[in-house]
Design a protein around this ligand. Sequence first.
Ligand SMILES: *[C@@H]1O[C@H](CO)[C@@H](O)[C@H](O)[C@H]1NC(C)=O
Length: 190
Amino acid sequence: MKLEMALAIALVLAVASWTQDFFPKEAHNLNWGKFSGFWYIIAIATDTKGFLPARDKRKLGASVVKVQRTGQLRVVIAFSRPQGCQSREVILKKDRKKPVFRNPLSTGASPAVKGVKGFHVLSTDYTHGLVYLRLGRAGNNYKSLLLLNRQNISSFLSLREFLDTCHTLQLTKQAAILPKDDSCAHTILP
Ligand SMILES: *[C@@H]1O[C@H](CO)[C@@H](O)[C@H](O)[C@H]1NC(C)=O
């Protein structure tokens, strides 16, 4: 009895510390050329306070991703915020070793330009994708998980993967599947 109890506690502790240390793994062998182009943002989960507008003001977001010169990625994101539809553009630099693009200005003393620090593709089949965004300025760090799709719909399986990853990243408090209103997304159609 006592042994079972100890085992149960050990298991709980092991799972807890695993969750604490968890950092999402990026997709391997990602073809950035194939990943480029226009994406709808179908769902979002974030720990940034006040990022999502009220329920009746939510709309599909969008992102246009373009590999520019070797090692540079241009990312435009349009999203319906409490202040209305906003778009921002950021140029990110590829990490030497990992399939990750970072904002070169976000390290050291200078604050991150436009608040995007990193863009990590966790998984994709090039028709849908799961992206982990690191946001913030100076010492403030926020994280967001985006479910992308080439079309304004999403499959049950991709939503399931999104929700599972939300749990792992402890991002379930502000998670939303966005209503299919494309008026903000289409402001950045290429
Ligand atoms: C979704 O996209 C299709 C074609 O791309 C379009 O016909 C349809 O109106 C869109 N649905 C909504 C709700 O915007």
